[in-house]
Write a protein that binds this ligand. Structure first.
Ligand code: DX5
Ligand code: ZN
Length: 217
């Protein structure tokens, strides 16, 4: 069982990104979560390939890219030379998730599949469940940081955890949205391996980030 924390850069100070990245450099079991939004799959827009590339050149922390985009295939192809630890796409955004997972695995270490709050775990085809390295269960509607955690997420985590035990699978379960010290322990107990947190981690400036992460752990 993993115990990874993934600070979401969505809540960082983008005008001082190098300073923000450096705040995490001594942490173990930490990924940096990049939220890529295209203004189409979700209403909001963030950043794309040039910024992902620049971040990858400025840090050796594993990069966890969460693509909230209509055309994830484009990003899987065009980022192929960039060392991402994990590439997550939305099940709702593709007609051929299995083929996309194979493409991702050819270029990156780990392939993640995300489902929105109204998409049941059972919507993921069995062959996709067998191939994915990570399941990202959204615990808010994707698009914005700082939203309230949706409590029914717990049932989905338990269902996914039971499924992987029954089928001898070892995909990570990652939770994203409204995660903080009030629910982190319960999420771990339900079966979550990897907690994404934006507004909770980036509170109080860089000198407080590691203390915030400690509270999550
Ligand atoms: C939302 C993003 C999240 C977001 C989480 O669409 O996927 O990663 O940054 O932010 P908090 O932790 O503030 O809910
Ligand atoms: Zn995210």
């Amino acid at each position: 069982m993993n115990n990874i924390v993934s600070p979401s850069l969505l809540s960082c100070d983008f005008t001082n990104i190098e300073n923000e990245l450096n705040a995490f450099k001594d942490q173990k079991d930490l990924w940096l979560h990049l939220d890529i939004m295209d203004g189409h799959f979700v209403p909001n827009m963030t950043f794309g390939n040039p910024i992902i590339k620049q971040i990858s050149e400025k840090t050796s922390i594993p990069l966890d890219a969460h693509f909230m985009v209509t055309n994830p295939e484009f990003y899987a192809d065009s980022l192929s030379g960039i060392p991402l630890e994990n590439f997550t796409f939305h099940l709702e955004a593709t007609n051929n998730p299995l083929e996309l997972i194979k493409k991702i695995k050819a270029h990156f270490k780990s392939a993640g599949v995300s489902i929105k709050p109204n998409t049941p775990f059972s919507a993921i085809p069995d062959d996709v469940k067998n191939e994915m390295n990570l399941l990202l269960i959204m615990s808010v509607e994707p698009g914005f940081g700082g939203q309230n955690f949706i409590e029914s997420t717990f049932d989905k985590i338990k269902e996914a955890d039971q499924y992987r035990k029954n089928n001898n699978l070892n995909f990570q379960i990652q939770i994203d949205g409204g995660v903080g010290e009030n629910n982190a322990t319960a999420l771990r107990e339900a079966g979550a391996d990897n907690l994404v947190a934006g507004s909770f981690v980036f509170k109080g400036g860089p000198e407080n980030y590691n203390a915030n992460i400690k509270k999550l752990r």
